[in-house]
Design a protein around this ligand. Sequence first.
Ligand SMILES: Nc1ncnc2c1ncn2[C@@H]1O[C@H](COP(=O)(O)OP(=O)(O)OP(=O)(O)O)[C@@H](O)[C@H]1O
Length: 230
Amino acid sequence: MLRLHDVTLALGAFRLQADADFAPGRITALMGASGSGKSTLLAAIAGFLAPVSGRIEVEGRDVTALPPGDRPLSILFQDQNLFPHLDIARNVGLGLRPDLRLDRDQKAARDAVLDKVGLGGLGSRLPRDLSGGQQSRAALARALLRGRPWLLLDEPFSALGPALRAEMLDLVASTAASEDLSVLMVSHDPGDARRIAQDTALIADGRLEPPRPTGPLFADPTPSLRAYLG
Ligand SMILES: Nc1ncnc2c1ncn2[C@@H]1O[C@H](COP(=O)(O)OP(=O)(O)OP(=O)(O)O)[C@@H](O)[C@H]1O
């Protein structure tokens, strides 16, 4: 469980209130208008922004004061954060060891994850020699290799065309199921939520509305979701 206990976030004049639980083993879409605070909320959960008040708990542990690297989660941003001068195997290996001194088992784990995301045999390529979709796969592979139970996605696939984006979402869904990952993903597109998210939460008017099952929520939207959908 990922719990936000009476969390208040502030960024300049912007304020966001969040008091909600995210269930483990599920994919939750986080929706809301541009500027509503989706990235800010993910940044706080990941440890890049300290709450003004409140507590963040993951799997029963208070992580509010923990640095990002010590939290039981990985986060993928819009900008895939691949190092241009490192080949894909090394970029992915960074998920395990920043100094890249991988032992034999770690190299095997890295290669297995590259296979899993469909990049088997491409480890020696530089990022620029991969397509946009393949770069997304590499970034996902690095996050998966870290083996953290929660995966936060801040629109990492938004630069891809619709078909590739759908492919990446399906890869996230199948990997989440096979690796027992819990996923919280920011999206602008109700189609993304319908495609892979069992639950959907909305941020509106400076407040997080707790997640609800996606199907029933879209069938009978809350007033703020109706306003968002237009
Ligand atoms: N460094 C900052 N200083 C002050 N305000 C900021 C800063 N960064 C973001 N904001 C404001 O915080 C609010 C939330 O921004 P955030 O990026 O979290 O929204 P979002 O829902 O992720 O938007 P989008 O869908 O456009 O990515 C916005 O009103 C934004 O202008």
